[in-house]
Design a protein around this ligand. Structure first.
Ligand SMILES: Nc1nc2c(ncn2[C@@H]2O[C@H](COP(=O)(O)OP(=O)(O)OP(=O)(O)O)[C@@H](O)[C@H]2O)c(=O)[nH]1
Ligand SMILES: [Mg+2]
Length: 232
């Protein structure tokens, strides 16, 4: 009773306020979509550096081998919608990823396969990374792109662009050659992620299904005629 009086005095109603809080948080959770993008590839190809470049705009002075996974998030705005890009920077070393692999691929929205343009083995191993991904039953609707990193090391390049392009075509992927280190390439790094986000935004039905699955309370009608705005 005392609470009711207090509420009246303050012009509030705690029941109403809490239900409004609930519905606004529901609306918020529906509106702020999260796209989970994972980076996969050999150790040392630059997955962590690419993640830093996209989420923080910098190249780290020093990195250590990733253990398990590191998460970084960046909100981006596309056509007036704020989307949270959740980047999963995975470990390339088998011993640091073994127990995590299931989590990498669960509910993933897009995949970035990374190789080092100065290291042919990292390119040859891509087929093993693709096999691993396929063995986790990732939907064919999940977009995948190929990224050749360390292009700043011009004199050491071992993987010719046309070889990489053929591989990308054969696997229905776009190819980006870039450098996490070279600041001039930073827009190129951004465009890798933004291209994926645009594609995902165009696949609204896929994402909404995931939201529905993750939160039983949220029921959304599927939008099938989403417009596509990807510039790539
Ligand atoms: N020159 C050059 N070096 C780079 C570039 N990107 C990363 N490196 C260097 O490559 C090394 C490995 O980078 P990381 O980002 O830690 O590699 P990773 O793929 O995350 O490795 P794991 O976590 O073990 O899977 C570091 O010494 C980086 O400084 C690049 O674009 N150019
Ligand atoms: Mg790493």
């Amino acid at each position: 009773m005392a609470k009711e009086v207090e509420d009246r005095k303050n012009g509030t109603n705690s029941d109403l306020t809490s239900s409004l809080d609930f519905s606004s948080s529901l609306v918020h959770s529906v509106k702020t979509r999260i796209f989970k993008i994972i980076l996969i590839g050999d150790s040392n190809v630059g997955k962590t550096c690419l993640t830093f470049r996209f989420t923080g705009g910098t190249f780290p002075d020093k990195t250590e081998a990733t253990i398990g996974v590191d998460f970084r998030e960046k909100p981006v705005e596309i056509d007036g919608e704020i989307i949270k890009v959740q980047v999963w920077d995975t470990a390339g070393q088998e011993r640091f990823r073994r127990s995590m692999v299931e989590h990498y691929y669960r509910n993933v929205h897009a995949i970035i396969f990374v190789y080092d343009v100065t290291k042919m083995t990292s390119f040859q191993n891509l087929k093993l990374w693709i096999q691993e991904c396929n063995s986790h039953h990732v939907s064919p609707l999940v977009p995948r792109v190929l990224v050749g990193n360390k292009c700043d090391l011009v004199s050491q390049i071992q993987v010719p662009s046309n070889t990489a392009l053929k591989f990308a075509d054969a696997h229905n992927m776009l190819l980006f050659e870039t450098s996490a280190k070279d600041p001039i390439e930073s827009q190129n790094v951004d465009s890798i992620f933004m291209c994926l986000v645009c594609r995902l935004k165009a696949q609204k039905s896929l994402i909404y299904r995931d939201v529905e699955r993750e939160d039983g309370k949220v029921k959304l009608s599927q939008e099938t005629n989403a417009r596509k705005h990807c510039s790539c």
